[in-house]
Design a protein around this ligand. Sequence first.
Ligand SMILES: C[S@@+](CC[C@H](N)C(=O)[O-])C[C@H]1O[C@@H](n2cnc3c(N)ncnc32)[C@H](O)[C@@H]1O
Length: 248
Amino acid sequence: MTTHDAPTRFGFLDCNSPIAPWRLDRQVAESAAAEPRTIVDIGCGWGELLQRITERVPAARAHGIDSDLELLERGRAAARRRGIDDRLTFVEYQGESWTEPADLVICIGAAHVFGTGAEALRALHPLVNPGGRLLFGECFWQREPTEADLADMWPGTVADEWRLLPDLVDDAVRAGLRPLRVEAVEQHEWDDFESQFLADKEVWLQANPDHPEAQAVREQADAHRDWWLRGHRGLLGFAYLTLLRPVA
Ligand SMILES: C[S@@+](CC[C@H](N)C(=O)[O-])C[C@H]1O[C@@H](n2cnc3c(N)ncnc32)[C@H](O)[C@@H]1O
């Protein structure tokens, strides 16, 4: 899983958001059980969840929307392998400009495409067909961050960037959606995610210690690990909200 030239990108992750295999399985099962005829995933990356749901609902037609062509190509190749590429299209597009509604709308770790979480929920509401659902994944503060907490986060992180979980769910309700399931990942799901995110760099460094880029890659990995272990660990949560759009 490594080349000489550069570390792989997300080579050790199934999804580009923190999620345990059992939780992913349950989300696939619950989303598929609603039998959506149309699905759209905004900021899908390579769309692992999207692929699995589409595979489970033979009548569904799906679009994965992302601005990163390399990730879309990974999704297209996987859809071909699964034999669902006639029903699942990966589209290079700015997610905030997508206007075609669907029975199931997915937006996980990509609220920033629209602005804040509240702005994302307001923008996504009209994309959900009445009677349909939105699967929304977003960070939240486990408690109000102090100035010292914020200083250990990425430069420029402000308290307003995320909400406490009850406030995030209130934002969804205010946007006209009703919560069917509210779930938040456990710490080990975050730790697995960050470890697997960093594994691209660590495995490459192991194989290429004298590469001219090695020092820069090592510094990037160290900075990211610091942000995780000294910054967001225990402070930032990640929630999955399964939200229903009432029929009327
Ligand atoms: C944290 S990743 C989440 C990917 C995916 N939802 C998952 O959980 O595996 C955020 C994604 O949003 C995409 N993205 C960022 N800005 C975008 C935009 N304006 N339009 C569409 N996608 C965008 C990125 O390329 C990236 O794939």
